[in-house]
Write a protein that binds this ligand. Structure first.
Ligand SMILES: NC(=O)c1ccc[n+]([C@@H]2O[C@H](COP(=O)([O-])OP(=O)(O)OC[C@H]3O[C@@H](n4cnc5c(N)ncnc54)[C@H](OP(=O)(O)O)[C@@H]3O)[C@@H](O)[C@H]2O)c1
Length: 303
């Protein structure tokens, strides 16, 4: 686990949204292991059962329900927030705004004073960044709150985004996307994001609004990521194919994404290729995290 410095009092509690997901689950588990009181949020009691058994208070509800969120945030010393989404949603930005507004209303109504919000590299841009524009809007909403210490974690692309590549490799013998083969992209293991959030929740070392980038162990191109995947899968010649943006969007629609969200991802690929979607801090020891893509793939593949 990440370094922790337990400073919470016995009666203090932390609320975690998306508690069954990539980042939230690890945050809940590690806080519980460290003896913290945690409220874990999700839409299904069944999916939250293991966390409840581990000692979390669970609250079941929808993330667009501001009254539910307010009740779940009330009494918390800090909340961890994110904007979950369904890839098939017809209007992505509208769905994200609904959840984002519910979160902000709930923070206000509950009186919670510390918020950690996951955002993304590229969220400095209002447009031209595809789905990341929703996080730009959420950052603005959260920044407008008064009396709240807000920590925005702008993460790079999750390693987990490449998990569907296993299916593509099996079906088509290649990895394809709209990003250029050798364009450097900050990519990160979701567990490293969770660990950064946990460290912040323990140390409470931010005041007012602070933005921190989390850029992973190193920048990685899709070409290099494909070579690493190929090596672990015993396919050293696995090709990476850069698709034209419309073909990339079509591939996502075939995989179950709405046309709206597929178009936004194509826009994001263009923004990355044009170097508009990029780190503002530049890589430094503070935003470089531990897990390599090689270690991630070895764990997934089991070698
Ligand atoms: N992927 C990236 O490269 C990247 C990069 C930077 C930032 N981000 C941001 O990181 C956040 C995601 O973090 P994460 O990976 O920890 O979360 P996640 O695992 O994607 O989702 C968290 C939880 O949200 C719930 N959920 C899933 N679909 C939902 C839906 N349609 N409606 C309501 N709830 C739903 C699920 O819990 P239940 O089913 O149990 O309710 C899920 O466990 C997003 O805000 C994303 O934009 C992503």
């Amino acid at each position: 686990m990440c370094q922790t410095d337990k400073r919470y009092q016995e009666d203090e509690m932390i609320t975690v949204m998306g508690a069954t997901g990539h980042t939230g689950k690890r945050i809940v588990e590690e806080l519980l292991k460290a003896g913290e009181r945690v409220r874990a949020l999700g839409r299904s009691a069944e999916r939250l059962e293991a966390l409840e058994k581990a000692g979390a208070e669970v609250r079941v509800g929808e993330p667009h329900d501001a009254a539910y969120l307010a009740e779940a945030f009330r009494g918390a010393d800090a909340v961890y927030t994110l904007l979950p989404y369904d890839p098939s949603v017809a209007n992505y930005m509208a769905q994200q705004a609904t959840v984002g507004e519910a979160i902000v209303r709930a923070v206000r109504a509950s009186g919670v004073r510390r918020v950690v919000a996951i955002s993304s590299v590229g969220a400095d841009l209002a447009s031209g960044n595809g789905p990341i524009a929703s996080m730009h809007e959420q950052e603005l909403r959260l920044r407008a709150l008064s009396g709240v210490d807000l920590l925005i974690l702008r993460a790079g692309a999750f390693f987990e985004n490449l998990l569907p590549a296993f299916w593509m490799i099996e079906q088509h013998g290649l990895v394809a996307d709209g990003v250029g083969a050798e364009v450097p992209v900050p990519m990160i293991a979701s567990k490293d994001i969770a660990d950064a959030a946990i460290a912040a929740l323990f140390s409470r070392d931010w005041h007012g609004t602070q933005v921190r980038e989390l850029l992973g162990q190193r920048d990685l191109s899709y070409g290099e990521a494909t070579r690493i995947l190929g090596e672990h899968l015993g396919r050293p010649d696995l090709p990476y194919v850069q698709l034209p943006y419309d073909e990339m969007a079509g591939m996502l629609v075939d995989a179950g994404f709405s046309a709206n969200l597929a178009g936004l991802y194509a826009e994001l690929a263009e923004g990355i290729n044009d170097r508009r979607v990029k780190s503002l801090e530049g890589r430094n020891p503070g935003n470089t995290t531990a897990t390599s893509f090689e270690a991630f793939v070895a764990e997934v593949v089991g070698n």
